[in-house]
Design a protein around this ligand. Structure first.
Ligand code: ACO
Ligand code: LMR
Length: 266
């Protein structure tokens, strides 16, 4: 019989060998003819399946709403400084992307992990938040530098409104809101932030759309797919900031001495 030579790479999401490439088995012509959107393409290449329209629209909303948040945030600041140092597009982009992590934009996976565990164990918000405090871990998905009880994050409101009307179930998001109610009793800026909102709503999407087994959901959370949404989204804005700086012919950035406290640690 035929002997299959062992391969060095295994790949399961895309095949470019036929007449036309396929994403998770769906030919590109179908993607165009059926008017698929970027949410469908993300579903195929990340989750290896077509998801219902309310899910792909939610994914698209996350990408659109997280595309940018002004020039002052960590990612844009790095990108702007790099572009002004004369670096190319890719360098400026990745310099900004490298700031995405547990404090900035990259708390979505951990928010999903901790909210899921706390919800499924039936922890009260008090027990959950206080147990995190005892472990010295800030609750991922809670807190913001400029957003607060009286200056809510519009992105969070828009995503919540959409999910409350379109998702079959929003139990994880509602749990996150009860956590927010408790953390707001401690400080005004301890709101459910956009990372926490996306993390909890993605748990709702995965668990209520009947397209994923519990094992697949655990794998998605364990591997950490969800920060990918912020990385993808913010790339749009960071590329925009790079072009903006180049267009404006901005000179090398040097931070002003007056804004540095030069001191000696004792
Ligand atoms: N959980 C519990 N307590 C918190 C949290 C939190 N998530 N955030 C702040 N606090 C409390 C702590 O007591 C903190 O004191 P500590 O430094 O001793 O831990 C105190 O508030 C002071 O915090 P602030 O200075 O007001 O917060 P800061 O503005 O420095 O941080 C930040 C904002 C980084 C977002 C913070 O709230 C945090 O780490 N949150 C968790 C990570 C997260 O969700 N990041 C995503 C933000 S949204 C985005 O980037 C798109
Ligand atoms: C963002 O999306 O970049 C922000 O939520 C972070 C910030 O500091 O405003």
């Amino acid at each position: 019989g035929k002997v299959r030579a062992p391969t060095h790479i295994v790949s399961t999401i895309c095949d470019d060998r036929g007449e036309e490439p396929t994403y998770a088995g769906v030919p590109m012509s179908t993607i165009i003819e059926k008017d698929y959107g970027v949410g469908d393409v993300i579903s195929l290449l990340w989750f290896k399946r077509s998801l219902p329209r309310y899910c792909t629209k939610f994914i698209e909303m996350c990408v659109m709403l997280c595309a940018d948040h002004g020039p002052a945030v960590s990612g844009a600041h790095n990108t702007i400084v790099t572009a002004r140092a004369g670096k190319d597009l890719v360098s400026s982009l990745v310099s900004g992307l490298l700031t995405i992590g547990p404090r900035f934009g990259g708390a979505i996976d951990d928010a999903a992990r901790y909210f899921k565990e706390a919800h499924d164990k039936g922890l009260t918000p008090y027990d959950f938040v206080e147990s995190m405090k005892k472990k010295g871990i800030r609750v991922p998905g809670i807190g913001h530098r400029i957003k607060s009880r009286d200056n809510r994050d519009k992105r969070v409101e828009l995503l919540q409104k959409y999910a409350r009307t379109q998702f079959p179930n929003v139990k994880y998001m509602e749990y996150a809101v009860t956590v927010e109610t408790y953390t707001l009793s401690k400080a005004n800026n301890l709101v459910l932030n956009v990372d926490g909102c996306i993390g909890s709503l993605f748990l709702d999407l995965l668990s209520s759309c009947a397209m994923f087994t519990p094992q697949e959901i655990d794998e998605i959370i364990e591997i950490g797919y969800l920060n990918g949404l912020f990385v993808l989204a913010r790339s749009i804005g960071l590329i925009g900031h790079t072009f903006d700086q180049k267009r404006l012919k901005q000179p090398l950035y040097r931070h002003p001495w007056e804004d540095v406290l030069y001191t000696k640690y004792t």
